[in-house]
Design a protein around this ligand. Structure first.
Ligand code: PEP
Length: 233
């Protein structure tokens, strides 16, 4: 079970320090936990979580090692900072910043080649689900990622469930996860309005291997509650 918190564009270094100190002092050590702060807060998180089992990941990475790519960060730079992994292909990147299946795959491969752990996001929009295209979209997005890798996990994040308070039913999540695993043999996290009160039933599905949590990962209480819901009893 892996619980990853995607902080999006929240928490600068000061708030990151406060959160990481609280997380370090919490009782979430029986489950794999990763936090994904904004770039400017990564060093603080790495420093404060050093010596714990809690990983620190970025929210994106470029596929080149270095070059004239203003505003981008390479996998080598993340490694130098002590960062453990990265998210790629989040739907907000696809929706607002022109990220495609192809660029997502390039980012994922470069990060894996550099030794980073990768959470690659896939998921259909509401329009695609209503149009009966969910399976085709997931097939296209997952196939584009290429081969399985021991450092690769996929996050199934139906776009209509992200930040909306709408969550996929456990059955619907299970169905999508089973499809993804039939295409790529990697662990699959669920993401989309995971909260303390719905985490346990989603995580209980046989093909749900953890969660990628956005909004509820910003408060220490809700995040640790979700981590506890994933802890084996
Ligand atoms: C996310 O950002 O990956 C996410 C799932 O957000 P939320 O939990 O807020 O829906």
């Amino acid at each position: 079970m892996l619980i990853a918190g995607n902080w999006k564009m929240y928490k600068g270094p000061a708030e990151t320090a406060e959160f990481c100190e609280a997380l370090r002092d919490s009782d979430v050590d029986d489950v794999d936990v990763v936090v994904c702060p904004p770039y400017v807060s990564l060093a603080t998180a790495v420093q404060l979580l050093a010596g714990t089992e809690i990983g620190v990941a970025a929210q994106n990475v470029h596929w080149e090692e270095a070059g004239a790519y203003t505003g981008e960060i390479s996998a080598r730079m993340l490694r130098e900072l002590g960062v453990y992994g990265t998210i790629v292909g989040h739907s907000e990147r696809r929706q607002y910043f022109g990220e495609t299946d192809e660029t997502t795959a390039k980012r994922a491969r470069a990060a894996l080649d550099a030794g980073l752990f990768v959470i690659a996001c896939v998921g259909e929009t509401e329009q695609e689900r209503e149009g009966g295209e969910t399976e085709a979209v997931l097939r296209r997005q997952v196939t584009a990622l290429g081969a399985a890798d021991e450092n690769l996990v996929v996050a199934y994040e139906p776009v209509w469930a992200i930040g909306t308070g709408k969550t996929a039913t456990p059955e619907l999540a299970q169905e999508a996860h089973a499809l993804i695993k039939s295409l790529l043999d990697v662990p699959v996290l669920y993401g989309g309005s995971v909260k303390p009160d719905n985490a346990a039933e989603l995580l209980a599905q046989p093909d749900v291997d953890g969660a990628l949590v956005g909004g509820a990962s910003l408060e220490i209480e809700s995040f640790t509650e979700i981590c506890r819901a994933a802890t084996p009893s």
